[in-house]
Write a new protein. Structure first.
Length: 205
């Protein structure tokens, strides 16, 4: 092995050792839709994962199965007018709850869309999503890959609400703090928070 090949091998091994553990390293999501009940202080929301987003669905189900959503909150309601907006909740980056981030599954790959009731992952850059998710109220195609700008990765849809959109809409319009939140999120933070009492798998229909 020449020196150049040896250096390349060392760099590859170093990168592998330092890389975060992604959701692909846990058991994959079932190849069928899985129903989950989110019991909240505002009522029950029934959601269903979509097997077309296996990495993201598996990550969500792992948080459910390990009880990591129990006792967290829906903490944000971004109203965009005419009954449209985003309700966001989850671990809020709590160190004792979050798992390593997962690979991004864009809507251009899965064929899913940010339509009314869609369940999607919150993130900063692509590949940073962990334990925060949001629910779409109305239709927000600008959240899909490539819609806001050419090459924009969008957000990763991985399921949908099948029952309880009345609860989601109530959370969206719930009272908000006029001062909490940074930058554009100021005025979007729920006050009081809506508690996620529990998240658990529901029996198959």
């Amino acid at each position: 092995m020449n020196r150049r090949s040896l250096v390349s091998l060392v760099l590859c091994l170093a990168a592998a050792l330092s890389a975060p553990v992604l959701a692909q390293d846990v058991p994959p999501a079932p190849a069928v839709a899985v129903r989950v009940i989110l019991e909240t202080s505002a009522g029950s929301i029934f959601v269903e994962t979509d097997p077309r987003a296996p990495i993201t669905a598996a990550n969500f189900l792992r948080y459910v199965d390990e009880g990591r959503f129990n006792g967290t909150d829906f903490y944000r309601g971004m109203e965009l007018g005419a009954g449209t907006g985003v309700v966001q909740g989850g671990t809020a980056n709590a160190p004792d709850r979050i798992l390593p981030p997962i690979a991004h599954e864009p809507t251009s790959q899965t064929g899913l869309r940010h339509i009314n009731g869609a369940l999607s992952m919150a993130r900063f850059d692509p590949g940073t999503a962990d334990g925060d998710f949001f629910i779409i109220v109305g239709n927000l195609p600008g959240f899909d890959a490539g819609r806001a700008a050419p090459g924009d990765p969008g957000f990763a849809v991985f399921g949908r609400v099948i029952e309880g959109m009345d609860v989601v809409r109530a959370i969206l319009t719930a009272p908000k703090s006029p001062t909490e939140g940074e930058g554009f999120m100021r005025g979007q933070m729920l006050d009081p928070r809506i508690r996620i009492l529990s998240a658990r798998r529901a029996p198959a229909p």
